[in-house]
Design a protein around this ligand. Structure first.
Ligand SMILES: Cc1cc2nc3c(=O)[nH]c(=O)nc-3n(C[C@H](O)[C@H](O)[C@H](O)COP(=O)(O)OP(=O)(O)OC[C@H]3O[C@@H](n4cnc5c(N)ncnc54)[C@H](O)[C@@H]3O)c2cc1C
Ligand SMILES: NC(=O)c1ccc[n+]([C@@H]2O[C@H](COP(=O)([O-])OP(=O)(O)OC[C@H]3O[C@@H](n4cnc5c(N)ncnc54)[C@H](O)[C@@H]3O)[C@@H](O)[C@H]2O)c1
Length: 475
């Protein structure tokens, strides 16, 4: 057996977390061995963000054709050619793939190994018969779709995010288990592409999002024809003529295909965490605020971390923190106060930072909430898409602490609020911002102006304003 590789850093997993960590480590000159057992790019590129957003884009075009008559453009009902839809999806993956490829990372100076990494002991890893004895390890092995413990599920074929984008034809009907981001993004996309879709979800739709905002998304899906059944857990599954039947608390649902989107489980099975001295729960690897595991040489980042927000941008952010901690030996701690996320249904729904209740727990009655509806946004009116709102949570001295957004472009607009929170920008700067007209992002400015409307209602400020007007004189 040859001598072990002895890099500064071994990164396990070449998804969003592992690739960002590798690129950052190489940028500062650390030697890196990157190990990937499957496809470079991981979930986001191959079975997550990219294919889902490409499918959503195809579905948006189908819906635009349906809505065109409202704008005086007659196009007739859309005809969907499934192979070309999926060709678009795979074209998007192929276009981005070189950026995540082994070739690119070798060119950056990393050693890229194809294989499954596992711990032999707290300081040594094996990939096949290659031994690695790095100074530090980053575990970035991500997550896999959770399979719910449902009677009958193991005896029927079902789809999840790992194979749904490989379909070559669209089913006539689809039942989706789970009303989280995966379930609802895909339910609306398939429905718009002409599939009869039923969603059964055990709680309310989009349970991590603001209740009022999520209800707007749920109502839109229903209006478009999705049979969305909230508070409806699946109880059992069985094969039925032409497909599957799912027993739910609201009765049976039959469809040609079944898509399971009931959450995630950490991908740790092959790592032998016990040999590495790394503690984990059923939800993932346990880390401290600086993303260090119970083995101080080993960090964990991305979806594999217990209790983490499971998003590509957060995986990338954690990667940067871990590399800074490794390089400086000073803990760079995770702070979720400016964390944004968006779900790309139509309307989009997004959240940034603190919720009102969290803000009140920290700042009491110095917290204010201001809001603007897209019905008052000229661009939304021109686009014929006025449902939704921007709601800002403001703290002491008008600091922006959080936001919920639902409506056209909510995901893009959320970035503006994320910048305000991260940059500790106050509501005054947002209200004073000159935003191009007419844009959807103007809704943020309008919401911010709400803080001043409240001030004008104050008798003292109102009295001062009346005095200033009187001092203008007459004529
Ligand atoms: C349908 C869908 C849509 C999504 N859309 C969005 C979105 O729009 N925006 C967003 O922010 N997030 C989205 N997400 C979430 C996002 O995909 C994940 O948060 C992100 O990909 C996590 O990255 P990661 O690097 O932690 O894990 P992964 O991307 O899963 O990468 C882990 C890698 O590790 C490899 N690996 C595992 N074990 C080993 C081992 N022992 N040895 C070697 N390699 C190993 C795996 O093969 C994999 O390639 C979506 C998820 C899904 C399912
Ligand atoms: N736009 C985005 O950023 C985006 C998109 C997709 C996924 N993601 C990430 O991927 C992760 C996984 O998403 P997800 O939607 O699979 O999981 P999730 O945990 O967010 O939602 C799963 C849903 O399934 C329901 N459920 C669980 N068991 C059920 C059962 N037996 N019958 C019916 N319903 C059941 C739950 O009530 C829940 O609403 C999330 O953490 C999310 O952050 C992000």
């Amino acid at each position: 057996m040859s001598a072990p590789l002895r890099p500064h850093l071994c990164v396990i997993g070449a998804g969003s977390a592992g690739l960002t960590a590798t690129a950052a480590a190489r940028a500062v000159g650390l030697s890196v061995v990157l190990v990937e057992r499957d496809r470079m790019g991981g979930e986001c590129l191959n079975t997550g963000c990219v294919p889902s957003k490409a499918l959503i884009a195809a579905a948006r075009h189908a819906e635009a054709v349906r809505r065109a008559a409202a704008f005086g453009v007659d196009a007739g009902p859309p005809t969907v050619d499934a192979p070309r839809v999926f060709a678009h999806v795979h074209g998007a993956i192929a276009t981005i793939a070189p950026h995540d490829s082994a070739e690119r990372f070798r060119a950056l100076g990393a050693t890229v190994l194809a294989g499954t990494a596992r711990f032999l002991d707290p300081r040594t890893l094996a990939v096949g018969d290659i031994r690695i004895a790095p100074r530090r390890v980053i575990v970035a092995t991500g997550s896999r779709p959770a399979v719910p413990d449902l009677p009958g599920l193991s005896s029927v074929p079902f789809l999840n995010n790992e194979d749904v984008f490989d379909l070559s034809a669209l089913p006539a009907s689809l039942v989706v288990l789970g009303g989280g981001p995966v379930g609802l993004e895909l339910a609306q996309a398939f429905s718009r592409l002409g599939v009869a879709v039923t969603v059964a979800t055990s709680g309310r739709a989009l349970p991590r999002d603001d209740r009022e905002a999520a209800a707007i998304v749920a109502a839109r899906l229903r209006r478009e024809g999705v049979d969305l059944r909230e508070e409806t857990p699946a109880l059992a599954v069985r094969a039925a003529p032409g497909g599957v039947e799912v027993d739910t608390t609201a009765g049976p649902v039959r469809a040609e295909r079944l898509l399971v989107a009931t959450g995630r489980r950490p991908a740790v099975d092959d790592l032998d965490l016990a040999a590495g001295g790394i503690a984990a729960t059923a939800d993932g690897i346990v880390v401290d605020a600086a993303l260090r595991t119970s083995n101080r040489r080993v960090f964990a980042i991305g979806d594999v971390v217990a209790g983490t927000p499971r998003f590509t941008h957060w995986a990338g952010h954690q990667a940067g923190l871990a590399i800074r901690t490794i390089l400086t030996r000073w803990p760079h701690r995770e702070n979720r106060d400016a964390l944004p996320w968006a779900t790309y249904t139509d309307p989009e729904i997004a959240h940034v930072g603190l919720r009102e209740a969290e803000a009140r727990a920290r700042h009491g009655d110095r917290v204010r909430v201001v809001r603007a509806d897209f019905s008052g946004n000229d661009r939304a009116v021109a686009d014929g898409d006025t449902e939704g709102f921007v709601r800002l949570v403001l703290g002491p001295r008008g600091r922006v602490l959080g936001a919920d957004l639902v409506g056209p472009g909510a995901g893009e607009t959320a970035a503006l609020v994320a910048l305000a929170i991260a940059g500790r920008i106050g509501v005054g700067a947002l209200a004073g911002m000159v935003a191009p007209y007419p844009t959807l992002a103007e809704a943020v400015r309008r919401a911010a102006l709400g803080a001043y409307a409240e001030k004008l209602a104050d008798p003292l400020v109102g009295g001062l304003m009346r005095l200033l007007v009187r001092l203008q004189g007459r004529g």
